[in-house]
Design a protein. Structure first.
Length: 253
């Protein structure tokens, strides 16, 4: 959340003006609900054969589909193309089967995002504000589809391998995913995948506006029996509640 925003206007500005009011939040929701883990057709270098790419894709789909829960720490860096500025954040993220998700930003300010399988809550403790939405009214989320074992990557994306930065892990592959059908908020997603575990330890999402959000994951823990209470939110007394505006019905053809 940008600093200097008036307390009573924080979430109202998010609802009304979106990216202009809160670019970090905008990129968070692009990462969450249009993504985090997955999106030019670039020819794969000779070093990466199609079978090798397919092995990684299959490994990702099987690994995440079999998981019951996952938690990790993350560092986020967002480049805002329109104003040529970089904003950083960090925190923890948790997933659980059944469409459950929890993000907690500890820096630059505390922000908490809860998804219990039905309700989506975005909570700003410092501003005593919360935004609520019904997750069934939101676009399909790539991350949750992958975690639920529903996403077939090659059906949705054109996939290619890109040369790996030598600073990253050995025995890993960098995959670039381009949506087969145009996505208004997603141009490409690059994934850094561990070749032993098939965990995604870094992702970089680019949208059509020239914004780029990179997430680096560490301390990844799988199937630790996360309690459902982690994903449940009850608005505290006195909190200011916002709801996004209703979507307009489509114009008749």
């Amino acid at each position: 959340m940008q600093t200097g925003m008036k307390k009573t206007e924080s979430l109202r500005a998010v609802i009304v003006t979106g990216a202009k009011a809160c670019p970090v939040l905008r990129e968070t929701f692009v990462g969450l609900f249009l993504l985090m883990l997955l999106y030019g057709l670039y020819g794969a270098p000779d070093a990466f054969s199609a079978p090798a790419i397919d092995e990684y894709i299959q490994g990702i789909e099987q690994k995440y589909g079999a998981m019951q829960d996952l938690s990790a720490s993350f560092e986020q860096e967002t480049y805002l193309g329109s104003i040529k500025r970089i904003e950083k954040g960090e925190g923890i993220v948790c997933f659980k089967k059944g469409g459950k998700m929890y993000w907690e930003y500890k820096k630059p300010s505390v922000q908490k995002i809860y998804l219990d399988g039905k309700n989506l809550w975005f909570y700003l403790p410092e501003d005593n504000q919360v935004m609520h939405n019904d997750s069934s009214k939101l676009p399909s989320d790539i991350t949750l589809d992958l975690f639920a074992g529903k996403l077939k990557i090659r059906e949705k994306f054109i996939v290619s391998a890109v040369p790996e930065d030598p600073r990253h892990k050995k025995n890993s592959m960098v995959l670039k995913l381009i949506p087969r059908s145009p996505q208004p908020n997603l141009r490409s997603l690059t994934l850094w995948v561990d070749g032993t575990t098939y965990y995604i330890y870094q992702s970089s999402l680019e949208d059509e506006l020239g914004n780029n959000t990179t997430l680096k994951f560490s301390r990844i823990k799988v199937d630790r029996g996360l309690d459902d209470a982690i994903f449940t939110f009850t608005p505290p007394p006195g909190v200011e509640l916002f709801k996004p505006p209703a979507l307009s019905p489509p114009n008749p053809s």
